[in-house]
Design a binder for this molecule. Sequence first.
Ligand code: FMN
Length: 200
Amino acid sequence: MISILENATPATGFEASVLEVIKDRRSKRAYSNQPVEEDKIRSLFEAARWAPSSMNEQPWTYIYATKDEPELWNRIFETLSEGNRIWAVDAPLLIMSLARTKFIRNGRTNASAKYDLGAANAFLSLQATALGLNVHQMGGYDKEKLVENLNVPLDELEPGVVIAVGYSGDAEKLPDNLKQREEAPRLRYPQESFVMNKSF
Ligand SMILES: Cc1cc2nc3c(=O)[nH]c(=O)nc-3n(C[C@H](O)[C@H](O)[C@H](O)COP(=O)(O)O)c2cc1C
């Protein structure tokens, strides 16, 4: 392990001031059945649109489905791992994020594609928080099934995370183990364990 991480213990609380949306964002699992308004959905993708990317390639692609489109929503939902399906079943909006792996200009591999997709997803998440929405990213899904269900052209696109979006619901309705996680203190490594002002 890298030496500065040795003996580091995650702790609660903020060590310096940050934007309110950074404080407020949390990957919750309890969703209400209130649909996400169309203008808010557009706002989420607008935030992603303005993320930085290598060579301004903007290599993100999104497929979204609301519960009003059950066929498409289900195509995404049924690929989720069992542990995610337990709670994501209530999410009114599911988003599949994908990275375009080759540069449009020359067809060469874009080594930054997934990095840039992550930045776009982070922008989307913070915008959602500002709009009063909860966002929960998921890597737990069956990639092969998802590729099949959404006819993803793998020579162009690489699946990223599936993102559940919606308004927060009643955590009491979650199974006990998930309810506990919902209410558990948020832990982070201290800055001193990952920030240095000197060389290795
Ligand atoms: C790439 C990625 C994959 C994740 N996959 C899952 C997942 O499959 N299921 C899940 O419940 N949470 C998943 N999460 C959420 C993390 O568990 C969560 O972000 C982390 O515990 C920190 O909690 P916070 O987002 O509330 O600050 C994922 C997050 C990221 C960024």
